[in-house]
Ligand binder design. Structure first.
Ligand SMILES: Cc1ncc(COP(=O)(O)O)c(C=O)c1O
Length: 383
């Protein structure tokens, strides 16, 4: 298999009944059967704690760190283990300098995980959160580039907007921010695993991602990239396991000042969590076996077909369709939005609505039959 080949349908690796057509990876991916088995095996270890050795508390986390670093082309030292996106954003908010009068840029309607912490920073410092709006004539990238000014302290942005999947050109945005001495904090929860994310090209200050969407891992896991400039920063908890020598449980009574290297100081407490880390490790290694390029190719062919067929449908109430590589966003008029996801779900078809957008987000478990059902059920709902 070359890295650019689309994958054949991978439904056999998931537990999805034949009568379910699931197009809502944007809310939560079905867990991989292998990740579930790995999580169960991991948690089973807690039945017999006498067989757990000190190094075991670190092993899966370190394997996750390595797999995550390969995913984003960083060093393992740049990766911290976090339980969710907003936890990582809180760490960024504790470390990126923001002064009174400065501006923090976010997108209108972006997910709150990369917004609430910045509102708190603004309240605490006298800075302002400025919402960037997109119009019919300008895309998100242009809107952000136009909003960057000498007052910008940082931009807290997604890689793709979570309502309709519209991508941002983070390389161009990061370049413009760096030219002003401003930081970039990315929430890649809605793209990591489905699109390439190369920290060498983008050079974000922080990147966070929840593990339970396109990363196919368990809920309660996440990853954070931390640029080396922040490796000596402030952690928001002080878990003992993040200190050098903490694997020596017997001699661990004296406080040691030194952290483990790199971004490990930011790892969440209880990172040894056997049930979660084992599942995330399996999922990341599965993605690596597939390759992100092949996953992306597979999703592009599905989203293209879905959007082409939606364009042809005489659907009343669809105002716009945005097809992205792993996302189809269909803007639905208000009267059609009401009850739409419920009536789809009654027919076994699952998608979600955020704001004005119906989000159709397939993954490698979707089949041609699923796509035909989705289009068929939407057609039935057209009148
Ligand atoms: C873009 C985005 N970021 C983050 C999250 C989840 O945030 P957290 O992991 O902090 O619960 C979601 C959940 O839907 C999301 O859509």
């Amino acid at each position: 298999m070359t890295t650019m080949m689309p994958l054949t349908c991978q439904r056999h690796l998931f537990d999805i009944p034949q009568d379910i057509a699931y197009f809502d990876c944007a809310t939560m991916s079905p867990l991989l059967l292998g990740a579930h088995a790995a999580s169960c095996d991991g948690q089973r270890r807690e039945l017999h704690p006498w067989s757990i050795r000190p190094d075991d508390w670190f092993a899966d986390g370190e394997a996750v760190r390595s797999a995550a670093s390969r995913l984003v082309s960083s060093s393992p030292d740049d990766i911290a283990l976090i339980p969710g996106a907003s936890y990582g954003v809180a760490i960024a908010a504790a470390n990126v300098p923001v002064a009174k009068g400065q501006e923090i840029l976010i997108l209108a309607g972006q997910h709150t995980a990369n917004a609430y912490s910045w509102h708190r920073v603004a309240r605490d410092t006298g800075a302002t959160v400025r919402e960037v709006h997109r119009s019919k004539c300008i895309d998100w990238t242009t809107a952000v580039l136009e909003a960057i000014s000498p007052a910008t302290a940082l931009a807290a942005l997604p890689h793709v907007h979570s309502t309709d999947g519209s991508p941002l050109d983070l390389v161009a945005i990061a370049l413009a921010l760096r030219a002003r001495g401003a930081a970039l904090i990315v929430d890649a929860t809605h793209s990591l695993g489905a699109r390439e994310f190369d920290v060498r090209a983008i050079q974000p200050d922080f990147m966070v991602a929840g593990g339970y969407k396109w990363l196919l891992g368990p809920y309660g896991t996440g990853l954070m990239y931390v640029a080396p400039a922040y490796h000596a920063g402030k952690s928001i908890e002080e878990p003992g396991l993040n200190r050098l020598g903490s694997e020596n449980f017997e001699g661990n009574l004296t406080l040691s000042g030194a952290y483990r290297p790199g971004a490990r100081r930011y790892d969440v407490a209880s990172k040894g969590n056997f049930g979660l880390m084992t599942g995330l490790r399996f999922a990341l290694e599965q993605l690596e076996r597939w390759t992100i390029a092949s996953v992306e190719r597979s999703l592009v062919s599905m989203t293209k077909q879905i959007s082409d067929r939606l364009q042809e449908l005489p659907l009343i109430g669809i105002e716009q369709i945005h097809a992205q590589s792993h996302y189809v966003g269909a803007k639905i008029s208000e009267h059609r939005r009401k009850d739409l996801t419920e009536s789809l779900a009654r027919a076994g078809v699952h998608a979600s609505i955020r704001g004005e957008w119906l989000r159709v987000t397939p993954h490698v478990y979707n089949s041609q039959r699923d796509i035909d059902r989705l289009i068929g059920v939407l057609a039935d709902n057209a009148h």
